[in-house]
Design a protein around this ligand. Sequence first.
Ligand code: ADP
Length: 535
Amino acid sequence: MMQLGAMQDWKLRVTHLIDHAAREHATREIVSRWADGSESRTNWAAIRHDAMRMAQKLRRIGIAPGERVATLAMNHHRHLVTWYGAVGVGAVLHTINPRLFEDQLDYIVNHAEDRVLLFDKAFAPLVERMKPRWPSIETYICFDSNEPAEHFEEWIAGEDGLGEWADGDERDPCMLCYTSGTTGNPKGVLYEHRSTVLHAMTGMIPGVFGMDARTVMMPIVPMFHAAAWGLPWSGAAAGARFVYSAVNDPAVLSELIERERVNTSAGVPTVWLSLLQHYDKTGTDIPASLKTVVCGGSAMPRAMIERLMKSGIRVAHAWGMTETSPIGTTGAETWNWDNLSFDEQISVKAMQGRVPFGVEVRCVDLGDPEQVLPRDGITAGALQVRGPWIIKRYFKAEADATDPNQWFDTGDVGVIHPDGTLQLTDRTKDVIKSGGEWISSVELENAAIGFPGVAEAAAIGIAHPRWDERPLLIVVKKTDAEVCEDALRAFLGERVAKWWLPDAVAFVDQIPHTATGKISKKDLREQFRDYRWDA
Ligand code: ADP
């Protein structure tokens, strides 16, 4: 029988990350700016010490490996301590998105069977309202106040920080995140130690977050969204300095970027939009220290990319989802990057980028999933993905014979270019089927947004007796702006195929959004359920 190789057993467990940070980058600072304006400064050695104290406390109150410890909190160092403390005792960290609707919060806490909840005082009213609906939670701890629950620092004060991390298998679970669920109930994604460590190592590399000991990272992505893009894990491996803010006010963020000399940041496009608006309004500019901006979660508008690049910032437009831990594709440059014109570079960055090692992507035919599509930059299909940090099945879902190494259906629609660049064109549920062909709702929306006076636009398919579906464009006008439907259609006619042109434009006061700020097509379709073309 063939023998195994002869290297050491060193399990890929998350606790190695914080041990490494405390040993090799002990004094590297973690700065937190709290909602009340106060600030705290700690470092990786102290984060580890506090996390160990928290693990000891969790063990003392009887939290067993695999049980869920939840947080409802913004970005700050005590939240970071909790990530390592919960995982360190072998429990599963469950980060809850406070922007979810109350019925969703009810569902996920009960589905996760959370036993402990640590929360920010800002969410105390929400916690008080939800308490009767959360019978599984026995212990409530407040991060920044001693009411309405015990203060975090007092809670761990009696522990000495000299314990041991829980041991176990590298395939043990360590973290649970729910997707907001554009259809049905939210679904839980259960990350494991191994997937998390591999993902954290990828997070450090150039082309992804490119972090090392010189990195001063401001993670604007909330710690409750899509595993905070893995930054709390990869930042420890890299020994990065972190600058956290518990509020997303652009004035606060820009002051911190400037004062703390932040050189790298990560967040969704809306945050950058509000930062750029802030600079425009105040007549100031992006601080020169900022060199890299990683942006994803929804498509980055071209104008935003151009503006950032003109300020000398390297833009990384990334695609991912909770189900992919979330690194999927990143804005890594191709070999010929330096030969491209500035305009070409912007066009490349407006797409969703390429995979790092460890992720495989492909597109399959929308009607026939057996048919894998060519990477020709033209043929759009359903995006599938696989790799060691991609979901196998949802939390508590029945195991399935096809589980091992299946391709995960992302629900996104895209095109893959010959150089591997992914370009998303839609979501499977949102593509508009007209006369047997597909119309990209996203492309229609992006084109419409470029028309003066249009603040927001969404395209949905409305049933049509002859064409199956035809596009209806729903538009919110900018305050006091007039938008002429014919002029808008003429404008679109220069940008999309003629048969893509919306058959009608509906003007509304607002477009519904999901808890993570994306347009809710589900609610829009519901709203326009009775819309008829002959009307
Ligand atoms: P939620 O729906 O709760 O926000 P996710 O963060 O997991 O959950 O959302 C993932 C989805 O967001 C992707 O499937 C994709 O549709 C969209 N998305 C993520 N990044 C991008 C991007 N760069 N461009 C366009 N869409 C994106």
